[in-house]
Design a protein around this ligand. Structure first.
Ligand code: PMT
Length: 404
């Protein structure tokens, strides 16, 4: 969606400026034409040459530089831009633009442009919470400027709060979303399970699997991009939380089961992507188990099957299952579709190159209740999620909303 778009990236002086190099790199990979404008302060954090090398375009800093490509650079950039993204957007630049001050290349470009504009603030959390900054943000939002919320976490100065620049992947996803006309999931509530579960053996060991959470989080990202309200119930993974989604973290299958059962009634669509451990230890050792004989037996007992229980109580909610198989993909998937009462199942053969656990891509088959199979080629997990959600929204259009 960003292919061929003219994106002006305004970089302000903040420690997070270095992260914007990754944003520019990702935009280039998606085929955007990227022009970087830096404030003087930004150039103290990251060299303009770095952005020039990544964007393959001259970087503009000084208003009175020799024009490098266009006659009046800020006017030309302002006119050509499909979107301007300011990241990190400092309190200073937000304040200047909110009050009509245009005293450098970035602010004059903004003032001269009719393009969409996305601010990605990043600053000390006390600064971000300051009512002056918040008022300036409100003023700009009222004028139609777009904002991304900063993330909460440890700041450069060591303390923790809301003020960190969102992950580059989330910034680029948001930009994609701005050009994405699809808002077809607006008003829908989507619950997603993602990642693995861990079943303790003793205080230092556990049984688990290779799920990274990428597929589940891609579903969350795509559904949120399309306007849905999204909650992820996530096993232990190290994935950035997609913008505009909420995450509840769990460790074990029992915890995931309890969390899903607690909240599923609030959702219209439930997508079960988690690789839930089927078994747990009958007894978790209180202390670290010592090495004794050559063999060791661990007695396992069944975990609750979240999907099966949801299939029983779901009412008219749509429940989508997934399955990771190493053989007889379609047969196994069809059998789970029926036994767990799914409305649809996404099956991936995890032995295929580029599919399954840990990869950024997947190769899946979507199997519907009428036994029809849609075979998809190798795609990014975000694209796979998009195709599955296309099928899900197709079902919703056909069905009435549940009355529970
Ligand atoms: O996380 P990634 O690294 O991106 O990898 C993605 C994935 C391969 C984990 C994902 O695409 C996937 O296939 N997830 C399902 C894993 C699986 O094998 O599920 P299953 O066949 O054990 O279970 C079938 C369905 O029942 C799944 O929807 C599962 O979430 C659900 N289930 C299973 C057991 C259980 N106790 N409770 C459940 O809800």
């Amino acid at each position: 969606m960003l292919k061929g778009k003219n994106v002006v990236v305004g970089v302000c002086g903040g420690i997070a400026a270095y992260k914007v190099v990754d944003v520019v790199s990702r935009l280039k990979k998606q085929g955007a034409d990227v022009h970087v404008v830096m404030t003087d302060n930004a150039a103290k954090f990251v060299s303009p040459l770095t952005f020039q090398s990544i964007s393959h375009n001259p970087v503009v800093t000084d208003m009175f530089d020799e024009p490098k490509q266009w006659n009046i650079q800020h006017i030309s950039m302002a006119e050509k831009a499909d979107i301007i993204v300011i990241a990190p957007a400092t309190a200073n630049v937000i304040g200047k633009i909110a009050n009509g001050i245009a005293d450098d290349m970035l602010t004059t470009t903004v003032m001269a442009s009719k393009a969409k504009l996305l601010f990605v603030p990043a600053m000390n959390f006390n600064m971000y919470a300051n009512p002056i900054v918040q008022n300036n943000i409100k003023t700009l939002e009222k004028l139609g400027y777009l904002f991304m919320e900063p993330e909460t976490g440890t700041m450069a100065e060591g303390s923790s709060g809301k003020g960190r620049l969102p992950e580059p992947v989330n910034i680029v996803n948001r930009l994609n979303n701005i050009f994405n006309d699809k808002n077809d999931m607006y008003g829908m509530k989507v619950l997603i399970t993602a990642g693995p579960t861990r079943e303790a053996i003793d205080p230092v060991r556990y049984i688990s699997n290779h799920s990274s959470g990428k597929m589940g989080y891609a579903f969350a990202q795509e559904a949120a991009n399309r306007g849905a309200q999204v909650k992820i119930i996530s096993g232990p993974v190290d994935q950035p939380v997609p913008q505009n989604t909420e995450v509840t973290r769990v460790i074990t299958a029992d915890e995931m089961y309890a969390e899903v059962m607690k909240c599923y009634r609030d959702f219209d669509i439930i997508i079960l992507v988690a690789a839930v451990a089927d078994y747990k230890c009958k007894q978790v050792a209180e202390n670290k188990i010592k090495k004794t004989g050559d063999e060791m037996l661990i007695e396992l007992v069944k975990n609750p099957d979240i999907a099966r229980e949801l299939g029983r109580v779901k009412g008219s909610r749509i429940v989508v299952g997934t399955c990771a198989e190493t053989r007889d993909l379609i047969e196994n998937a069809k059998s789970k579709l029926v036994s767990k009462n799914f409305d649809m199942i996404m099956a991936n053969d995890v032995t295929m190159e580029g599919a399954g656990f840990g990869t950024d891509t997947n190769i899946v088959k979507i199997i519907k209740k009428d036994s029809s199979v849609i075979e998809l080629p190798l795609m990014s997990k975000l694209e796979v999620a998009g195709r599955v959600l296309d099928e899900v929204t197709g079902l919703i259009i056909k069905e009435d909303k549940h009355g529970n």
